[in-house]
Design a protein around this ligand. Structure first.
Ligand code: ATR
Length: 262
């Protein structure tokens, strides 16, 4: 795509920046959907975040910016408004700049995951779901699952207190969702989702008892590297439907385009 005076710009703020995939994924998406928008990486150190965000307010051809490590939480202090989703999750990964320079923060991480489930004909509504992990990605996924009407949500995290805190936050927002925290047996669930980082390294253990997995259970992983984790490979061997993390990122691109009104 040729960048011209008409091209709308978005940034992706990170520190360090070299490994960040979002600009490439965004640009491929803009190209394939025929949008005259270009995404550029911006290397912003934590102490400069406030100044950079303040400057973006004045950049009239900038439609918004993405934030990733380490800015997802800190950036919230410098924005004018947060969507309910960003507030619940407690982190912002995309910010829209409106025509008056107001900055509105959003979080698409969990929404992308649920969109990926639906694309695979898995509707979380009414389902018994086991979620492994309660970190940044875990918070986003759990809120999105509750929002999508998950019937029973069990959050299992290495740090039990953190899992319990997330379950309580979900219960406060979604009284209809039967949410609990603690260890769980794999066979009792319709859907199992791994939101931990266990599986990124080749010699990582498989985070569920794979031998107790029923073939009817859908197994999802938010890990993108590798594309197919050992959890997914083994679950697939047992006959389970499996969903990898890449689809979550792909689905987010549509959500981001809508949100930024690109
Ligand atoms: P992200 O933003 O990618 O979710 P994070 O917020 O650091 O990263 O969360 C990482 C998640 O993986 C957490 O749920 C973490 O468990 P703890 O809250 O107990 O730290 C989980 N995790 C990381 N390494 C793990 C391991 N070796 N075994 C089990 N869980 C692990």
């Amino acid at each position: 795509m040729q960048i011209t005076g008409q091209t709308k710009i978005m940034f992706v703020l990170a520190h360090p920046i070299g490994h960040v995939r979002a600009p490439a994924v965004l640009n491929a998406h803009f190209e394939s959907t025929g949008k005259n928008v270009a995404a550029s990486p911006l290397h912003v150190a934590p102490e400069d975040l406030n100044g950079v965000v303040a400057a973006i307010r004045h950049m009239r051809n900038v439609i918004g910016f993405g934030t990733t490590i380490p800015h997802k939480i800190e950036v919230m202090r410098f924005l004018d408004e947060l969507t309910p989703n960003a507030k619940n999750v407690g982190a912002v990964n995309f910010t829209r700049r409106d025509k008056d320079g107001r900055l509105i923060g959003h979080n698409t991480d969990g929404l992308g995951f649920v969109a990926g489930l639906r694309l695979n004909d898995v509707d979380p509504a009414g389902k018994r779901i086991l979620q492994l992990g309660a970190g940044g990605a875990g918070r986003a996924v759990a809120f999105a699952l509750a929002e999508a009407g998950a019937g029973k949500l069990r959050i299992s995290n290495r740090d039990g207190g953190k899992g319990q805190a997330l379950a309580e936050a979900i219960a406060a927002h979604y009284p209809k969702c039967d949410v609990t925290a603690g260890p769980a047996a794999a066979e009792d669930f319709d859907v199992i989702v791994n939101t931990t980082s266990v599986g990124m390294k080749e010699d990582d253990p498989i985070p569920v008892d794979i031998d107790r997995l029923a073939p009817a259970t859908v197994v999802a992983d938010v890990i993108m590297t590798p594309l197919v984790t050992r959890l997914l490979a083994r679950a697939s061997e047992r006959g389970c439907k499996t969903i990898g993390g890449k689809i979550m990122l792909d689905q987010q691109m549509n959500l981001v385009t809508d949100f930024l009104r690109a």
